[in-house]
Design a protein around this ligand. Structure first.
Ligand code: PDD
Length: 282
């Protein structure tokens, strides 16, 4: 049993209930964050809270809490779930109102947060890499908003699972945007490349940290459009996210990526990432 937070109270997960007229339930009208916790400390919290603010602004919900209040809520949630390594999920929906597409006035947002054990990727995934497929990015034009309405992402991720792969890399008009639940990097002639931010991808917190680490460590990197051709001829492909960190893709659409082993730059970046993780505290 885990302890969750709902609208000002902590309670066992099975006791947490939301009214059926909550617009999150009816419309998927809300936004979320996923924040990793290492040894009881929230990782990159200011960056996650800034993205939360950006998502709230984009869908016109007033942030129900100050930064200090978020710190207090999330740290109490972690303490109540025995600290350690956790994945904190938090969600803000517009709240409860009679069903109407128009935005209701004067309603309280629903705030929910939970913490689950954060399991490292299986050893085999890191040793051998994962398989990915490509798929048509048929999502909307506001993928920078971390919206809870994830139906396209769910279906696109399932395409990969049905094909015996781990993730679907999305192609929009001949350009690779990101994974169904991850950001995308390639390595091309020792240069690390990721698509520029914009409306077609989520500005990942892990993505930004990897670019920061690359710059600090004099690894050549650039934000530029990754055409399908570039993707298919990349020396390395990585998928990044807060929960799975940096995963090497060794097969794309059943074709080997490079020599079908996690590449040298991936090894370097994983070491830098782990060192960075160890150097931070609450
Ligand atoms: N998803 N792009 C998409 C579409 C994502 O869903 C995610 C993460 C990312 C990576 O972002 P970050 O590095 O900030 O985790 C990129 C989370 C983990 C999820 O939905 O569970």
């Amino acid at each position: 049993m885990s302890i969750v937070y709902l609208n000002g109270k902590f309670m066992p997960d099975h006791a947490a209930c939301v009214p059926v007229l909550d617009r999150g339930f009816i419309f998927g009208d809300g936004i979320y964050e996923v924040i990793p916790v290492y040894h009881g400390c929230l990782f990159r919290l200011p960056e996650h809270l800034q993205r939360l603010q950006n998502s709230l602004d984009a869908i016109r919900i007033v942030n129900p809490h100050s930064t200090q209040e978020w710190h207090t809520i999330l740290n109490e949630l972690i303490d109540k779930n025995n600290s350690g390594n956790l994945s904190v999920y938090l969600q803000v929906t517009r709240g409860v109102a009679k069903r109407d597409h128009a935005l209701p006035e004067n309603i309280q947002p629903t705030v929910f947060a939970m913490a689950n054990p954060l399991l490292p990727p299986e050893k085999a995934m890191l040793q051998n890499g994962v398989r990915a497929i490509t798929g048509d990015d048929y999502r909307w034009r506001n993928c920078h908003i971390k919206a809870i309405s994830l139906l396209p992402n769910i279906l696109l991720r399932q395409q990969a699972i049905d094909a015996g792969a781990y993730e679907t890399i999305l192609l929009r008009d001949g350009e690779a945007t990101e994974g169904a639940a991850s950001n995308l990097f390639i390595v091309e002639n020792n240069v690390l490349v990721t698509p520029p931010k914009g409306p077609f991808l989520l500005p990942g917190i892990t993505r930004d940290l990897i670019l920061e680490l690359a710059i600090q460590n004099h690894i050549a990197c650039e934000e530029s459009v990754i055409s399908e051709k570039r993707l298919r001829s990349a020396d390395e492909i990585w998928l990044t996210s807060s929960t799975r960190e940096i995963l090497p893709v060794t097969y794309l659409d059943n074709q080997p990526v490079g020599d079908a082993k996690p590449g040298p730059l991936w090894h370097t970046m994983v070491d830098l990432y782990q060192t960075f993780k160890q150097s931070f505290s609450r």
